[in-house]
Design a protein around this ligand. Structure first.
Ligand code: CTP
Length: 201
C-alpha cells in the first residue's frame, strides 16, 4: 500500500509521516522525495545555493517512479541519499520493500505518474507564517543555513513555487489535514491501513 504525503515546506509532513511509522513500525518504509534531488557536485557552493529547489525539475522524479514500481514488484532498490548542507548526493543505500510505503515531499502529488501509484493521497496544510518559522528553525539547526540565506531563498523560490506547483496539488488529495499532529486523520489512516493489511492475509 502506497501513501503519499504532500504539503508545503514546513507544514508538518515529517511529523505526520513519523506518527504513522510509530503505529506500524517495521511494516512501514518511508521514502523521501528529497533524496531524489539532482546532483550538482560539478557546481560551486555559491552556484548550488541559488538553484531553484522548489521546482519539479530539481528532482529526479522519474527515478522515484521506477523505484516505487520495483518495490511494488517486491524488488529492492538502490535509493540515493542527499546532503542538504552541501546540496549534493552522498551515495546510496539498498532498500527492501515493506507492506506500507510512505512517499513524502512537497511535490509528491505533482507528477501524474507518481500519483497513479499512490493509494492514499494526503495533503498537510499549514499557514504560511507557521511554515516559514518552522523552516527557519530547522534550516539553521539541521541544514547549516544562515537566516539571511533562508529569507532570500524563501522570497525568490520557495514562496512562488509553493503557489505555482505545491498548493495546486491539494485538489488531488483524498485527505487534507491541518498540521502534522492531527489525531483524527491519523486514526482514519490507521483504520484504512489495517483493513488493507487484513485483506492481504
Ligand atoms: N531544499 C533546500 N536545499 C536543497 C534541497 C532542497 O533548501 N539543496 C529545500 C527546498 O527549498 C524545499 C525543501 O527543501 O522547499 C523541502 O523540504 P521540506 O518540505 O521543507 O521538509 P520536510 O521535512 O520534508 O517537510 P516538513 O517540513 O513538512 O516536515
Amino acid at each position: 500500500m502506497i501513501i503519499g504525503i504532500a504539503g508545503g515546506s514546513g507544514s508538518g509532513k515529517t511529523t505526520f509521516t513519523n506518527a504513522i511509522k510509530e503505529m506500524f513500525k517495521e511494516d512501514v518504509l518511508i521514502i523521501r522525495h528529497d533524496d531524489y534531488y539532482k546532483d550538482h557536485s560539478n557546481l560551486s557552493f555559491e552556484e548550488k545555493k541559488h538553484i531553484n529547489y522548489d521546482h519539479p525539475d530539481a528532482l529526479e522524479t522519474n527515478l522515484l517512479v521506477e523505484h516505487v514500481k520495483q518495490l511494488k514488484d517486491g524488488q529492492p532498490i538502490e535509493k540515493p541519499l542527499y546532503d542538504f548542507s552541501t546540496h549534493d548526493r552522498k551515495g546510496s543505500e539498498m532498500i527492501f520493500p515493506k507492506k506500507i510505503i510512505i512517499l513524502e515531499g512537497i511535490l509528491i502529488l505533482e507528477s501524474k505518474a507518481l500519483r497513479n501509484l499512490i493509494d492514499i493521497k494526503v495533503y498537510v496544510d499549514a499557514a504560511s507564517d507557521e511554515r516559514i518559522l518552522r523552516r527557519i528553525l530547522r534550516d539553521t539547526k539541521k541544514r547549516g543555513r544562515t537566516l539571511e540565506d533562508i529569507c532570500d531563498q524563501y522570497l525568490k523560490t520557495v514562496r512562488p513555487m509553493h503557489e505555482k506547483y505545491v498548493e495546486p496539488t491539494r485538489k488531488y488529495a483524498d485527505i487534507i489535514i491541518n498540521g502534522g499532529m492531527n489525531k483524527m486523520a491519523l486514526e482514519l489512516i490507521r483504520t484504512k491501513i489495517e483493513s488493507v493489511l487484513q485483506e492481504e492475509v
